[in-house]
Design a binder for this molecule. Structure first.
Ligand code: SF4
Length: 114
């Protein structure tokens, strides 16, 4: 017997057009490698560039060993998130074409050149 929900039949085939992939129904955040380490992923107020580089290096290290990295990165890109997600900071997302209103790195460089 096939499983179904309100969107149609469930399948693990992500190429199916009229069905919902099982993977999309699983809460990927439960597999996050960053649980309890939020402070590494979002800049505190008035963070200096050197401190930011150190913080982001630690966060990216966690991301590189995270089994949901690709899903996390795509989620952040599609939802225009702030902070570091999927090993990618705001500026990197912005440069990849997923713009947000004011990515911190871009904003800082604009302030320097003005
Ligand atoms: S990829 Fe990084 S930010 Fe995303 S869930 Fe994993 S550890 Fe957290």
């Amino acid at each position: 017997m096939a499983l179904t929900n309100v969107h149609g039949p469930l399948t693990d085939d992500t190429t199916a057009q009229s069905s919902v992939p099982l993977r999309s129904l699983i809460d990927w955040t439960q597999f996050a490698n960053c649980k309890g380490k939020t402070r590494l992923f979002f800049a505190p107020k008035a963070e200096r560039p050197q401190a930011r580089a150190r913080r982001e290096a630690k966060a990216k290290s966690l991301c590189s060993a995270c089994i949901v990295q690709e899903t996390c990165r795509q989620f952040a890109r599609e939802h225009h998130e702030y902070g570091l997600w999927g090993g990618e900071n705001e500026e990197e997302r912005h440069l990849a074409g997923y713009t947000i209103a004011a990515p911190i790195g871009v904003r800082a460089r604009q302030a320097k050149s003005a």
